[in-house]
Write a protein that binds this ligand. Structure first.
Ligand SMILES: [Zn+2]
Length: 397
């Protein structure tokens, strides 16, 4: 746990009246813990996996992906693709799988136990259970609602190897610390911190962007009602033009320091790839935040969307099919600055025309930064703008 995000003054300081809710149980009932202290790994067959898989293996091990204990077997995989639920009926919308080529599949099957490495550094053991083939187009249509290769999730799926390996994992060691991982916390650490702070209701906020004042106002609207805010930027592979991870982390750290009461918000990073799966990913985002102890999650317009593949409200509509989720989605309208209201407003409380609205789009933001200009102070906090401009190239290539 990083001490700079834990405010020791907040003990017992929570005088916000709670509505009586309490933080939900982990998804499936208990937090999964797949850390191992085993040492007898000499001579095991080993395979190299990507940094994306390394992150997801750690997410399995520390319970972020509870109740998963490893990579999905065929029954769970097919059930998730077809119905958005594990074979036991529990909500789960994104396949968590290990893909390998045919030759590797045979070697893994023969070995039984396999050492997983990244950058030639071993970090986990996979206990082989099964190997199976899968339909990449079928998976794309179900998860991403398209087979268009221009969709980043579809492109990723089609580029996968042909065989999937199912089996539980054991984590030998976490990835070594780095500035990017400084704000990573496990669900059990976050839950302990929520309890320590006395929060009864916690709102999760998913982001892959730097904070605009519009985002801040939306988050603070939630803080008017709920005890705590769990700011949880997603760190990992993104598409070109998105902000780099370190820029997102540093801007949020600065925002928290300058503009939030110390005992009402916490910043923790979530290390997994954006899948751009729209509605299905919204459910996945909710499940992970439930595991961290959030009672609520803000689901925005076109949540986890990309291009025009999903209806803007599809990510909100899908929650109707997941009334058993035990984390409540909050469907906030987008906030904008209204020159007539002289304040931040949204379509629910502002009657004025779009000619009075000021919004900072991603495109506008990029144009400004590429000219080393900064947005108006009421659209982006000056500390945040200055920080972004201080990076040579704040965007993913
Ligand atoms: Zn207005």
């Amino acid at each position: 746990m990083n001490s700079s995000i834990v405010d020791t003054r907040s003990i017992g300081a929570n005088n916000i009246e709670s509505n009586g809710n309490s933080i939900p149980r982990p998804h499936g009932g208990k937090l999964i813990n797949k850390f191992t202290t085993r040492k007898n790994i000499d001579g095991l067959f080993s395979i190299e996996v990507s940094i994306d898989l390394l992150n997801d293996i750690e997410n399995i091990a520390d319970g972020t992906f509870s109740p998963l204990e490893g990579f999905m077997g065929q029954e769970d995989f097919e059930s998730v693709v077809e119905s958005g639920r594990l074979k036991n009926g529990l909500a789960w919308t994104i396949p968590i799988v290990l893909d390998v080529n045919d030759k590797m599949a045979v070697e893994i099957k023969d070995s039984g136990e396999v050492l997983l490495k990244n950058n030639d550094d071993h970090f986990a053991v996979l206990n082989f259970e099964e190997v199976y083939s899968f339909d990449k187009i079928g998976m794309s249509k179900a998860v991403y609602q398209t087979e268009d290769v221009k969709h980043p999730g579809v492109a990723r799926t089609l580029a996968m190897e042909d065989k999937l390996i199912g089996g539980k994992i054991e984590l030998i060691k976490k990835a070594s610390s780095s500035p990017i991982r400084k704000y990573r916390m496990s669900p059990s650490e976050v839950r302990a911190e929520i309890i320590r702070r006395g929060w009864k209701t916690v709102v999760g906020f998913q982001t892959r962007n730097v904070p605009h004042v519009a985002h801040e106002m939306l988050q603070k609207a939630a803080l008017n009602i709920y005890d705590g805010l769990f700011l949880n930027p997603m760190i990992g592979k993104k598409k070109p033009g998105d902000f780099k991870d370190e820029v997102i982390i540093e801007t949020y750290r600065t925002l928290l320091e300058k503009y939030y009461p110390k005992n009402r918000a916490m910043l923790v990073t979530l290390h997994t790839v954006m899948r751009y799966a729209g509605p299905r990913e919204a459910i996945h985002h909710a499940i992970m935040r439930k595991n961290f102890g959030c009672s609520h999650i803000i689901i925005g317009r076109d949540h986890a969307g990309v291009g025009v593949y999903y209806h803007p409200f599809a990510a909100q509509e899908i929650f109707k099919h997941y009334s058993d989720l035990e984390i409540q989605p909050l469907f906030f309208p987008a906030f904008y600055y209204c020159r007539k209201c002289i304040s931040y407003a949204n379509e629910r409380n502002c009657p004025h025309g779009s000619e009075f609205r000021e919004e900072l789009s991603g495109t506008k933001m990029r144009e400004l930064i590429n000219r080393s200009e900064i947005p108006a102070e009421h659209l982006m906090r000056p500390e945040i703008s200055k920080l972004i401009v201080s990076y040579n190239d704040p965007f993913v290539k």
